[in-house]
Ligand binder design. Sequence first.
Ligand code: NAD
Ligand code: UDP
Ligand code: UDP
Length: 311
Amino acid sequence: MKRIIVTGGAGFIGSHLCERLLNEKAEVLCVDNFFTGRRQNVARLFSNPGFELMRHDVTFPLYIETDEIYNLACPASPVHYQFDPVQTTKTSVHGAINMLGLAKRTRAKILQASTSEVYGDPAVHPQVESYWGNVNPIGPRACYDEGKRCAETLFFDYYRQHKTRIRVARIFNTYGPRMLPNDGRVVSNFIVQALQGHDITVYGKGDQTRSFCYVDDLVEGFLRLMAAPDDVTGPMNLGNPVESTILELAEKIIGLAKSKSKIIYKPLPQDDPTRRRPDISQARATLKWEPKTKLDDGLGLTVDYFRKLLA
Ligand code: NAD
Ligand code: UDP
Ligand code: UDP
């Protein structure tokens, strides 16, 4: 059986990934410090003999034998990654060094969960992998953006210097069940507000755009990228190219939740990117991958999840 480590495995995406890998008959070690992850997210996996959960912070070394590593450890919501920005940079950078050291020693394949945030507030639209980005290095988002950019640098230096078997996925906004209700990201915020009848908080005018990918589609992309030949290093965009304004998203969620909530407007956070949409030509051509879940369907499943959770 393949031995796989998932760092950040008790988080939103990580928990779906662990479940999928167990279904593929792998042995999964979930490594998490529970900063934004929850034991509850993986509780259903405890009865699976292939599953193991370890409380560990990736900024410290980890000596374990393994065949594959998915490095997801890092808070992803702006609210959470800005809570302790120094720790966010440490997690991205020291975490990458330790996991790359582990991959180098064991000759394991290692996939990095990078982000569309490496493009910052993009001057090129839609974003292609060859675009170098437009990131404020000293702003409130920098701990995350620059941490992830430095992690990409480390991945490519380990690849060139040590022939480490790397894969770098640039993930665009992903949503689905098991996001935290107080996560602070837009999909969970709007759904929780709509279900509780609270005002829907649109930041700015709501004309900024994002492109939302359902979590199952993203996980399929991860597995295909990991299984690709070693010369397919990426960086590779993984996301749904269907773009919406934040105001359109708010209206859609109010409709799906059959909510009477009103939309109110709050100040736009500093350095909030104005638009974001992945060009996924590379993933389509190399992995034969594209998202299958329509936004209405994915949001419907997520609304159902939060309805049960909040009941
Ligand atoms: P999440 O916050 O739910 O999950 C992150 C997990 O990492 C949590 O379980 C957390 O406890 C754990 N973690 C944080 N710091 C750690 C540390 N030092 N050591 C060990 N574990 C640690 O977020 P998510 O949405 O599931 O994101 C997972 C990964 O995907 C992150 O690396 C994120 O940057 C990346 N990503 C996510 C999105 C998205 O839209 N969800 C977009 C781009 C990139
Ligand atoms: N490391 C780890 N597990 C391993 C091998 C290495 O956590 O199985 C860590 C170790 O702490 C080291 C880092 O990864 O500092 C980078 O390892 P590498 O071998 O690249 O560098 P070096 O040991 O020379 O600093
Ligand atoms: N946003 C919003 N209301 C909220 C939360 C977020 O209008 O309650 C906006 C935010 O300003 C950004 C977009 O929604 O323009 C996506 O925010 P999120 O924090 O989900 O992720 P980002 O893509 O900015 O990292």
